[in-house]
Design a binder for this molecule. Sequence first.
Ligand SMILES: [Zn+2]
Length: 124
Amino acid sequence: MGLKYSSKINKIRTVALGLIFAGMIIMYIGLYFRNIEWLLVTFMILGLIAIGLSTVIYLWIGMLSTKAIPIECPECGKPTKMLGRVDACMHCKQPLTFDRNLEGKEFDEKYNSKKYWKEQQDQS
Ligand SMILES: [Zn+2]
């Protein structure tokens, strides 16, 4: 299966890392404009915001990790953490679910949305 899915925690971590780099690049670009004070200040502030945001995301991951349920992946046997009703293994990207009704079904992010489950309930 050509699953492009990755574990949520991994995904958020990638975003946070990307933001740190983005912030550094923005500040670096700002140095080219050190003759134009307002531009330099603008770039520095933007860079700091990006880095600050990534710090917040890292804290958020920390909080999420405590809520995530540690399990052993049935596919690769490595320990992974699950967030929400469906998630993917951090190591082999195997889709995992707690919900027996979803076993064998194609992995879909919509299973994590409350709206989807409400719609399902309304139908039955
Ligand atoms: Zn696995």
